[in-house]
Structure formats: C-alpha cells, structure tokens
Write a protein that binds this ligand. Structure first.
Ligand code: UD1
Length: 419
C-alpha cells in the first residue's frame, strides 16, 4: 500500500506549471470517436483517468501512439465494437461520455454505470433526457446502460439542472445529428468551451459554448488531421492558489487562464491573500493568518465545488468562524472528519459545514475519501505541525499529475512511501 508522508509546517514558495484540465481531457478523448481519422491531443494530464480512457478507446478499436507523456496521436478509423469494457468504464465518472460519442459514431453503445468519486447521488437523467430528445432509446438494466438510435435528429433540449456532464454529452450526440440542436440552461464551465473548441477544430458547428444556450448545427462528418491542446486545469490551479494561502506561502502558477480563476481570486482576497494577475500566469501569496469567510459552491462562474475541500483547509485555520454551503454534491464534507483528526473544529450537517478556525493543525494518519479531498489533505499536511500520513492515494492519482513532485518543488517535505 502506498501513502504520502508530509512533514510540516512549510510555507510553499516558488513556481508551479499547471497541467491540462482533467475534466476537459476526459471528454475530449471520447470525442475523438466522432472523427473518422487521426488527430493529436497535447497538454493531456498524465493521470490515471486518462490512462483508463485510452485503454477503453483501444478496446473499442482505436489506435493510440504516445508522443510523450502528455501527448497522444489517436486513430479512430476502425472502431469495431459497440460494447465498452464494463470493468474499465465503472472505474471513473466520465465514461458516460462514451454514450453521446458512440451514439453519434455507431448509433449504439453498451456501457457500465459510471463510477468515480462518491459525492452522493449522481443521477444521469438529464443525459438520458437529452439523448431521447434526439431520437435515441436508452435502457438501464443490471448496471448497464444501452443506448440506440437509427439516426439522431436535432431538437431543442431544456436542462432541468445545470449539469456539466449532460451538457457535454448532449453536445457530443448532436454534432453529427441531422439538423439543429439547442441546449437551454447549459453549464458554462471552461471545459465545456474546450470540448466545443476541440470539436469545432475538427469541423463541428457548435456556437454559444460558455453561455447558457448552446446551438449545434449537425454536420456530415468530422475530418480530424489536426492537433489540439487541452485547456489548463482550473481546479489544479485553484488547488495551488489555496495551498499558497493556507501555508502563508508565495506561489507563481504558470500555464493557467486567470479569467477562469476569478471566483477563487475573489475569495482569496477576502481571506487576506494577495493576487497578481498576469493573464497566463498568476502569483498568490499570503503574509497573515487567513480571515474567516463564507462560501457557497455554485456552477461556473460561481465558486467551484471541486475546490471546496481545499478552501475548507484555509477556513479550518482562519481567524474566526466560517460557513461553507455545498450546493452541488450532498456528500462532499467527508474530508472534514479527516481534518478534525488533525485538530480542526468543523461540524458538517447535510450540505452545510461550520468552521471554527483553529490556530494550527497537527499531523495525523488520514484517508483521502475522494479526489479533491485528497488534494485538501496534502495541503493540510503541509500546514500541520509534525507528520501527516495520507492513505487511499488512488483517488489523488486519478486527477493530479505528479502531485508530490509539484509540492516538493515548492518546498514541501513530502514523500510517497510503499508500506
Ligand atoms: C462534473 C465534474 C465534477 C464536478 C461537477 C460539478 C467531470 C468529469 N466531473 O461532474 O468534477 O464536481 O461537474 O462541477 O467533469 N445532476 C442530475 N442529473 C443529471 C446530471 C447531474 O440531477 O443527469 C445533478 C448532480 O447530482 C449534481 C448536479 O446536477 O447535483 C451537477 O452535476 P454535474 O454538473 O452533472 O456533474 P458531473 O458532470 O457528474
């Protein structure tokens, strides 16, 4: 079993380069199924979710060549099965994108119910509603989703809930459909824009991505033969920004789009941190104990739920009492039990958590309960006095490229140890 051992406290200082966005990459890879040919994807994060995505695509018949650890060339000319490997698809959430992509490409797909972080109920009714509006038949039986369509036809779709996954999935299924599809009440996250940019580079006609109304004019085919670079990861960037504040450090993040970080910047300034925005890089530092603040997670451009646990670490050591209201996921406060083992004083009840700021945390053995909770514990270990041992690293490795190396370069005393 592997664990991370972090010895603190250490103020994190220096430069870190942000990797490509996990949540964009896990959608762009299945989107390559819409192309009858070859394309190259660059700035892919080197994380386990990407390796599994590539394995799934290979099992469907794609040929993948790794150009380096962050770039692949993928040939999807010979997709020869419509049954996705159940053992692999159940390992992560984004396997649901195979449904939209394969409905477009083959008119048929069988895929296991998607896995991923346990953050509470994660229904996919809005995805299914969208596919059905385009003419597909979808059944869910014995843990398998089967979707079929003779010919998908454009239609208007109103999303009852703002959903990142459903917006991207319906976009994937509409690109090659006959006629025009509109998605009303669409999600606006940067990775939605990135997937649309990727598809448009390959010949799709998607307009309005990044607003709440997306219009997709169906095209005959996507031609490929292009190279696309994945957008920088807003959540990885936010993780390091909050690490700078929590550790009273000074970090400059390279390769990021600061426009995507505005809600995080605003909250960092509110708790007493300092931010210098250079457009494609950002410097964050903090010379004082963080101040209290209240947070409500919201769809983009609101404060992202995927940075809620990392912000929770900042508020756990803030001067004063804070409240976090989690409006997206019902079980996103599991990490607070782990922080409490380190001396934090957090009471979580349903979708609300109360933080009574303490002066310091102290090292303890803790368990990463999901991906972002894991990143929060790495920050907490760097803040805490003494040694913190973090277990369940498979969660962290799903979404952070070289987390310990990046933290070590910033001065953290962190080692991966095999027991
Ligand atoms: C994506 C991200 C995840 C992030 C989340 C919210 C990926 C791979 N994952 O997850 O990291 O935390 O966005 O920013 O991109 N919902 C329904 N019905 C549906 C779909 C969603 O009720 O059909 C609800 C969910 O239960 C949740 C909310 O809508 O309460 C938002 O979920 P959604 O945006 O779909 O999250 P994911 O795409 O799964």
């Amino acid at each position: 079993m592997e664990k991370l051992v972090v010895k603190g406290p250490t103020p994190l200082k220096g430069e870190v380069t942000i990797s490509g966005a996990k949540n964009a990459a896990v959608a762009i890879l299945p989107a390559t199924l819409l192309i009858d040919g070859v394309c190259t994807i660059e700035n892919l994060p080197n994380i386990s979710d990407i390796k599994i995505s590539c394995e799934i695509l290979e099992k469907l018949g794609a040929k993948i060549t790794w150009n380096n650890k962050n770039s692949i060339t993928i040939d999807t000319t010979n997709i020869n099965t419509t049954k996705a490997p159940l053992d692999l698809t159940s390992k992560f959430r984004a396997s649901y994108y195979l449904i939209g992509a394969m409905l477009s490409r083959k008119g048929e797909i069988e895929v296991g119910m998607p896995g991923g972080c346990k953050l509470g109920a994660r229904p996919i009714d809005q995805h299914i509603k969208g596919f059905e509006r385009l003419g597909a038949t979808v059944t869910v039986e014995k843990g398998t989703i089967s979707a079929k369509a003779k010919k998908l036809t454009g239609n208007s779709i109103y999303m009852d809930i703002v959903s990142v996954g459903a917006t991207i999935n319906v976009m994937l299924s509409a690109v090659l459909a006959k006629g025009t599809t509109t998605i009303d009440n669409a999600a606006k996250e940067p990775h939605i824009v990135d997937v649309a940019n990727f598809l448009n580079t390959m010949g799709a006609d998607i307009r309005g991505a990044g607003t709440d109304m997306i219009k997709i004019n169906g095209v005959e085919k996507l031609s490929g033969n292009a190279t696309y670079s994945v957008v920088p990861d807003q959540i990885e960037a936010g993780t390091f920004m909050l690490a700078a504040v929590a550790t009273k450090g000074d970090i400059t993040l390279k390769n990021c789009i600061t426009k995507h970080l505005e809600s995080i910047t605003a909250k960092i300034i509110e708790v007493g941190g300092k931010v210098e925005d250079h457009g494609d890089s950002i410097r964050v530092w903090c010379n004082q104990r963080p101040q209290k603040a209240n947070i409500k997670t919201l769809p983009y451009p609101g404060f992202p739920t995927d940075l809620q646990p990392q912000m929770g670490v900042v508020l756990s050591i803030a001067d004063g009492a804070s409240i976090i209201n989690e409006s997206i996921w019902e079980s996103r406060f599991q990490y607070t039990d782990e922080l409490n083992k380190m001396g934090a004083k957090i009471t979580a009840q349903g979708k609300t958590a109360f933080f009574e700021g303490v002066k310091k945390l102290s090292g303890a053995p803790v368990y990463s309960t999901d991906l972002r909770a894991g990143a929060a514990l790495v920050i907490a270990g760097t803040v805490a006095n003494g040694s913190t041992e973090i277990y369940n690293l498979e969660h962290i490795d799903r979404g952070y490229e070289n987390i310990e190396e990046k933290f070590r370069k910033l001065g953290a005393k962190i080692e991966r140890v095999t027991e």
